[in-house]
Structures are given as structure tokens and as C-alpha cells.
Design a protein around this ligand. Structure first.
Ligand code: PLP
Length: 285
């Protein structure tokens, strides 16, 4: 596999074997992954590798890297970029073809683009100082393969921008049955009377790694299990708390939906409990 590195002067970009005919650019024909790193250590790396492999399988991309190869690549990126807190971005495309055609090219090797970027340094969760989000609900008009972490993100981009144009910071998406799917770049949890629920894994959402970690942490250390099930928009609109999760954002409270307060309009107590558990989990890694 051809590898293009960016940052840390690891390999100057102009030396990289990448062509403007790379299918990743032309067709969005690729899989990407974002892996958070805290204190020089990747969080839940195996979950991320497994999700990438599921993506490769789903789009028929032959990448047979071992866990050790992925681990070594991440280690190298962390070292060359000063370590600490950062996000690793990996993008694997079907490769650079000389022909612009829709079919899978033969005899073309995948291209990987690898870089790091800044992510927020985790802070002890606090009800007074927590950053909270305002969301806008929008009908989910993306495709029917949202479980694939595809580099073709136009549907997500348009929903995200629509929410920003309306003065919100993220989109809360629902399907044509008025059921919650996810946000444009995060998963969503809804809390009522202390019960935490989140949409089931399906082709309508990305199986988020932070979502998985939060479910596991609540099951292991919390007082009740997260319900993975259909969540209706009626429940969303009636929720005491709403949270969004992603590898870069972590677990964030939502205090406004469609210009109305969520529950009391303040960051909630259940968020504080679970965010504290998640914070400790990240530090213990
Ligand atoms: N859903 C979508 C559409 C996303 O783009 C993301 C992250 O980028 C997530 C969910 C959260 O996934 P993860 O927790 O693995 O970052």
C-alpha cells in the first residue's frame, strides 16, 4: 500500500506517491478512521481497526494489514507529531488510477493518507463549565449505508451546514418514521427519568466507538444499562437530557434543541455521572 504522511516532517507531501486521479478524491471511494490519543496512547485502537476492516469488507477493498502494522503506524504518527493529546486521521482509498471510470480498477494499489490533528484536551467534567451544544432537528436525507465510515461525506456536510445556518452547532437527524438516527458527526443518547437510550446499530447510523465505550462503561460501572432500541422523536422532544458522542468531542451535553431548552435547559446530573466515568476511563488507558 502506498502511504502518504502529513505533519511532523515525517515525509514531505510532495514526495508522496499520490495522483490527482486517486479514486478517493474523484469518487469518494474510500474508508477513513479517526482515533483519539491521550497521553501518547490510542484509545480503543482495536475497536477502530475492527471498524476499518468492516469498512474495507463492505466496499470490497483489499487491505490485509495486521493489528501490529496498524499499531506500529499509529505509534510512528504519535512519535513524529510530538505525542500528548491528538487525533489520528487515516484515509484509505482504492488507489490512483489513470482511467476515470466508475468500476473498480484492476492492478491498482490502495493509497493511505495519514496525519494527526489537534483535539480538545479532556477536562474534569463540571456542571458549571461544561461546553454544551444546541442542535437542530433535520430529516436524515443521507444514504442507506451509514454504517460504513465512507470518505464520501457530502450528506453529512450538508446536514451539518444546515444546522449551522440555523444558528445551531450540530444536526439531530431523524428518519421518515420520526425515529432518531444520529447527528451529522456524532451518535446521540436520550435520557428520561434516569433511563439512558440510544438508537440500535443499523444501516442508519455509524457504529460509533465512543457510543460503544459509553454503553460498556455504564454497563460495568453505572447503575442501569443503556437501552439500545428505537428512539422516537417524541422521546427526543420530551427528554430530560440529550448527549452526543464522538472520538474527538467525547461525551457532550446538549442543552438546546430547535431553540427550546432540553429538560431544564441546564447540563444534567446523569451526564455528569457518566462523563466522569468516561473521563476516568480515558485517563486509565
Ligand atoms: N456518527 C457519525 C456520522 C460520525 O461521523 C461520527 C464520528 O465522526 C460518529 C457517529 C461517532 O463515531 P466515533 O465515536 O467512533 O468517533
Amino acid at each position: 500500500m502506498n502511504i502518504v504522511f502529513l505533519n511532523g516532517n515525517y515525509m514531505p507531501i510532495q514526495e508522496a506517491k499520490i495522483s490527482p486521479l486517486d479514486r478517493g478524491f474523484l469518487f469518494g471511494d474510500g474508508i477513513y478512521e479517526v482515533i483519539p490519543v491521550y497521553s501518547d496512547i490510542t484509545v480503543a485502537l482495536m475497536y477502530h481497526i475492527n471498524r476499518m476492516n468492516d469498512g474495507f469488507k463492505a466496499i470490497g477493498l483489499k487491505v490485509n494489514w495486521s493489528e501490529n502494522q496498524w499499531e506500529a503506524l499509529c505509534k510512528k504518527l504519535i512519535e513524529k507529531n510530538g505525542g500528548g493529546t491528538l487525533g489520528i486521521y487515516l484515509q484509505v482509498s482504492r488507489g490512483a488510477d489513470t482511467n476515470r471510470a466508475h468500476g473498480f480498477p484492476s492492478n491498482v494499489e490502495p493509497t493511505m493518507f495519514a496525519m494527526t490533528f489537534a483535539i480538545p484536551i479532556p477536562k474534569t467534567p463540571n456542571l458549571e463549565t461544561a461546553k454544551s451544544f444546541a442542535l437542530k432537528s433535520i430529516e436524515d436525507l443521507r444514504w442507506k449505508r451509514c454504517q460504513i465510515k465512507s470518505t464520501a461525506l457530502l450528506g453529512n456536510v450538508l446536514h451539518f451546514q444546515e444546522s449551522h445556518d440555523a444558528g445551531a452547532q450540530e444536526a439531530l437527524l431523524y428518519n421518515n418514521k420520526q425515529q432518531l438516527t444520529e447527528a451529522s458527526a456524532a451518535n446521540v443518547f436520550v435520557i428520561k427519568n434516569g433511563v439512558i437510550a440510544t438508537p440500535l446499530i443499523s444501516n442508519q447510523i455509524l457504529p460509533g466507538i465512543t457510543r460503544r465505550l459509553v454503553i460498556d462503561i455504564v454497563a460495568n460501572y453505572g447503575t442501569s444499562a443503556v437501552e439500545e432500541r428505537i428512539v422516537t422523536m417524541k422521546e427526543v422532544n420530551d427528554a430530560d437530557e440529550i448527549w452526543i458522542t464522538s472520538s474527538t468531542k467525547g461525551l457532550m451535553p446538549v442543552t438546546q434543541l430547535d431553540d427550546k431548552p432540553v429538560g431544564s435547559g441546564k447540563v444534567g446530573q446523569v451526564w455528569l455521572e457518566v462523563a466522569t466515568l468516561y473521563f476516568k476511563y480515558k485517563l486509565s488507558y
